[in-house]
Design a protein around this ligand. Sequence first.
Ligand code: SAM
Ligand code: DTB
Ligand code: SF4
Length: 320
Amino acid sequence: MADAPGVDVSAQRWARADVEALMAAPFAELIFRAQEIHRENFDPREVQASRLLSIKTGGCPEDCGYCSQSAKFETGLKAKKLMDRDTVLAEAKRAKKEGASRFCMGAAWRSPKDKDMSELCAMVSGVKALGLQTCMTLGMLSDSQATQLSEAGLDYYNHNIDTSPEYYEQVISTRTFEDRIQTLERVRASGMNVCCGGIVGMGEKPEDRIGFLLALANMTPPPESVPINALMPIEGTPLGASEPIPAIEFARLIAAARILMPASYVRLSAGRENMSDEAQALCFLAGANSIFVGDELLTTNNPGRAKDAALFERLGVKLV
Ligand code: SAM
Ligand code: DTB
Ligand code: SF4
């Protein structure tokens, strides 16, 4: 079997020193380089718009220290069963009408059950038939589950490494970094696009942010889509009182991600709700070119349509 993505030393393109140098570079130099690379690969006037829907909420057996949906923490969230297909399709139709080009369905599972696969595959084909790109995030997958989703037409599978391999154990104990890499390998082998990123503002050190970027950038190939989430602090979770990351540090991380993964979509994901327009603008200048639209992520708030329309109008950016 081939080495897991990120651990095939012979194929590594980036050294830790490369990432350290980016994160320490004068801000103007870093942003300039990120802009150059962004413009070589993308139209800087466009930002891709995805819409999220929680198709199965809460009651999750995992203990991810940031998450409102873990059954291990008292967050006040009410658990719900798997949503029925018609409701999912109605939400997807609305998302399309409101300008999303991709519909991402998330479930609070450790992994899907085999008995749910036919319903999940029907959701994928139904959403696809509406003319939307499809994405799911359902936890760990077996080979056969990845193949079934791919054959149903799932375009992207989201599975995050969340943080650096070194900090990971401070955040989650119920599944390992290596477990996540294995699912990512299965997704890759099934032919789906990989969506993989993580969260900042969880009390990690600057070197963890470097290790996180390095692990993503040295995947072979790097993920097609890289969501960078700023922690949405959830009361009742172990990380609910973490210090937020300063806006300039956050923009640096986005710029470094753009430079290290030139052809990937870098998504400014959770956390826009707590960012100023100016902080967001800095992230787009740094090379972020994808967002979640709509007033809700999975269980937390997101800037709604009116707010985003005003921001992108001011920036002269088209959501695609
Ligand atoms: N249960 C599946 C899993 O964890 O693989 C899928 C859903 S999970 C909510 C998807 C991702 O959302 C997590 O890996 C994490 O990176 C991100 N996320 C969850 N809670 C968050 C929060 N409070 N703030 C920022 N990002 C969060
Ligand atoms: C990702 O990296 N961010 C999205 C998506 N993948 C599934 C989820 C963000 C969740 C934010 C917290 C919440 O709304 O519960
Ligand atoms: Fe469960 Fe996913 Fe939340 Fe972790 S991030 S507790 S796996 S829903």
